[in-house]
Write a protein that binds this ligand. Structure first.
Ligand code: UT7
Length: 329
């Protein structure tokens, strides 16, 4: 297959107003600012208010994308929303976004791959365009994990924040600019390392669930940490080989922002200098599927990514899922 088939055009992001600092968390659970900064690199995260729904934040991010790309909303023919914390389970988050945008000509659906949702979404978008099914695809990564986080569990509640990021995928028309390679992987046997035991059809909502907190996210942090480093380094290798590039060709590495120590370890394993790596976990914490598109948008608006820049994006999340996408911007 000759790549690039598709290019990414435009970017956008939206994060909630409210800042939850480590000092705030010190008043909620038995933790300390020092521990959180040392073990995760996080200083603060954003938490959505009742009004800041995922649909509203996504509408804001997508409006920026459409402006950047100079595309009318009626030209959008597909919307793919990577999320694990939709505003409601039915209809999908993408359907609510389609209505909010007035994207009347778009088919809309969600991709559930936890923190890898945005890169999985890009892979699906490339497939739709390659098959001739779609031309202008909005790909969104967004999560509002604060709604499914247990704020009595210090091992998880210090990590997560809310937000949304987005871009547009369309047929490549700028020579060698676009998606150069895609690598996506899953290991469902490890699903219970990072999961929500309750709330689905096996354990529908019940009083017991409220009492035992099984409605919330649970994570075996140390185990997930090890898998994250190994899997993301491996995904980077595969994406580079597939694109016929080496680590020297990477201008910007955008890793999923789960933990600063994971990012540092990843850069060592993947052989990509930390100076080439974009890090904003200190300001947002782990925003799940939003972390990569938020970082992408910040890089573009700060001028760190320019036309022709080689960007390696790499994700890891519940599932377990992981992915890497090499893009020439
Ligand atoms: O986005 C999807 C993927 N997610 C990730 O990749 C997250 C991966 N995991 C991590 O980032 C880290 O494992 C955590 C940040 C969750 C935890 O850091 P850790 O260095 O792996 O800590 P740990 O779980 O090994 O716990 C070390 C100690 C324990 O105490 P003892 O048993 O040594 O006495 C914990 O109880 O730290 C304690 N601890 C805390 N102490 C203060 C755990 N959470 C906290 C806390 N404040 N918030």
């Amino acid at each position: 297959m000759n790549r690039p088939i598709v290019e990414l055009v435009g970017s956008g992001r939206a994060v909630p107003e409210k800042v939850l600092t480590n000092a705030d968390l010190e008043r909620m659970v038995d933790t300390s600012d020092q521990w959180i900064r040392d073990r995760t690199g996080i200083r603060e995260r954003r938490i959505a208010s009742d009004d800041e729904t995922l649909a509203r934040m996504a509408q804001c991010a997508c409006t920026q994308v459409l402006e950047d790309a100079q595309v009318d909303v009626l030209e959008i023919d597909s919307i793919i929303f990577g999320t694990a914390s939709p505003d409601r389970l039915l209809p999908s988050q993408a359907c609510d976004l389609q209505a909010a945008l007035g994207a009347d000509n778009a088919a809309a659906f969600d991709v559930t791959a936890a923190c890898s949702g945005f890169l999985y979404g890009l892979a699906v978008a490339e497939g739709l365009v390659a098959a001739g099914t779609a031309t202008n695809v909005l790909v969104v990564g967004g999560d509002r994990l604060s709604r499914i986080t247990d704020y009595t569990d210090r091992a998880t509640c210090i990590l997560f924040g809310d937000g949304v990021g987005a871009t547009l995928v369309r047929p490549a028309r700028n020579g060698d600019r676009g998606i150069l390679s895609t690598y996506i992987k899953t290991d469902g046997r490890l699903g219970e390392l990072l999961w929500r035991p309750g709330g689905g059809a096996i354990h529908p909502p019940s009083e017991e669930m409220l009492a035992d907190h099984s409605y919330f996210l649970r994570m075996a942090g140390r185990e997930v940490f090890k898998h994250a480093v190994r899997s993301m380094a491996d995904a980077c290798d595969h994406a580079l080989i597939q694109a016929g590039l080496t680590t020297n060709d990477v201008d910007v590495l955008i890793p999923h922002q789960a933990n600063l120590r994971i990012i540092e370890s990843l850069t060592k394993h993947a052989g990509i200098p930390l100076e080439k790596t974009y890090i904003n976990i200190d300001r947002y914490g782990n925003t799940s599927a939003a972390s990569i598109p938020i970082a992408l948008d910040e890089c573009v608006r700060e001028g760190r990514i320019k036309p022709g820049s080689n960007i390696l994006m790499v994700a890891f999340g519940g599932g377990l899922t992981w992915a890497a996408t090499m893009v020439r911007w």
